[in-house]
Design a protein. Structure first.
Length: 274
């Protein structure tokens, strides 16, 4: 088979795969590419979550973990009820929700793995300050899982890696030559800065928006959200990288968008009765 014919077959196959894997993110209706099975990522996430629970020091008997579980339960119910009332497919239907609080004051972070596996570090509590602040952070992390961002990132990674390898093969190894000449993965770096980082920032912004919706539906005051990012900006003063090098939007851009969204979300997504 000659090169041109092979490329046409590969191109048609990839196009068919992409077309069949297209879907949209919940609520925002942003088009998504998902070729990695969600069930596979959920299973992997559950295994990693168990290892985290074994390795980290967990807090299991304080008001803080009780509050985290209470917020989580309210969001579980509100999200499910919202999609039910809107007659939409519930993206959390296969979630096995779980919440842990990790005793680490040095880490100001929280995360939600695919399938609803959530962790909060005690360090972030210095930023959240109160229940509404904690709900805002948890809403953001839960939004990543609800919008299937991990599935989307993994799928894009596969497409990008496959495309890079094919280009390298049919350019006679030009990409490999560039990497050898520079002594680093120049092509990978350019892909990260020019493709993956902007895409990840888009996901983070979407999680900000959806997280505010989920917090509002659950009965929390989302006006606290902007205060969190103002506090986070102070904590990270002088430490944050330029936005183009980061997977996250800058604090200033986040604050601007959150202010623009707040009143609209309060009006359009009031607390939902479960």
């Amino acid at each position: 088979m000659n090169r041109r014919k092979f490329l046409s077959y590969v191109g048609c196959g990839c196009c068919g795969l992409v077309l069949n894997a297209c879907s949209t993110a919940p609520i925002t209706e942003r088009r998504q590419l998902k070729i990695i099975p969600e069930s596979k990522l959920n299973a992997q996430a559950a295994e990693i979550y168990e290892k985290v629970k074994e390795k980290e020091k967990l807090i299991t008997d304080t008001k803080q973990i009780d509050e985290i579980k209470e917020i989580g339960k309210k969001m579980e119910n509100a999200i499910g009820e919202y999609f039910y009332k809107e007659k939409l497919n519930d993206p959390t239907v296969n979630f096995d929700w779980e919440y842990i609080l990790i005793d680490n004051k040095k880490v100001r972070n929280a995360w939600c793995m695919p399938g609803g596996k959530i962790a909060v570090y005690t360090g972030i509590l210095d930023v959240t300050k109160n229940t509404n602040g904690l709900a805002a952070v948890m809403g953001h992390e839960i939004a990543h899982a609800v919008a299937k961002h991990s599935v989307e990132r993994a799928s894009r990674g596969v497409i990008l890696n496959t495309s890079t390898q094919l280009i390298d093969i049919f350019s006679g190894g030009k990409l490999s030559q560039v990497n050898r000449a520079t002594g680093m993965n120049t092509v990978g770096l350019l892909s990260q800065l020019g493709i993956m980082n902007p895409f990840n920032r888009k996901q983070e912004s979407e999680a900000d928006y959806l997280g505010m919706i989920f917090s509002s539906l659950s009965g929390y005051d989302i006006r606290e959200t902007v205060k969190i990012w103002e506090r986070m900006k102070e904590f990270n003063k002088g430490k944050a990288p330029p936005e183009f090098m980061s997977t996250h939007p800058s604090a200033d851009n986040r604050i601007k968008k959150i202010n623009e969204w707040t009143n609209e979300i309060i009006l359009d997504y009031p607390p939902i009765k479960v």
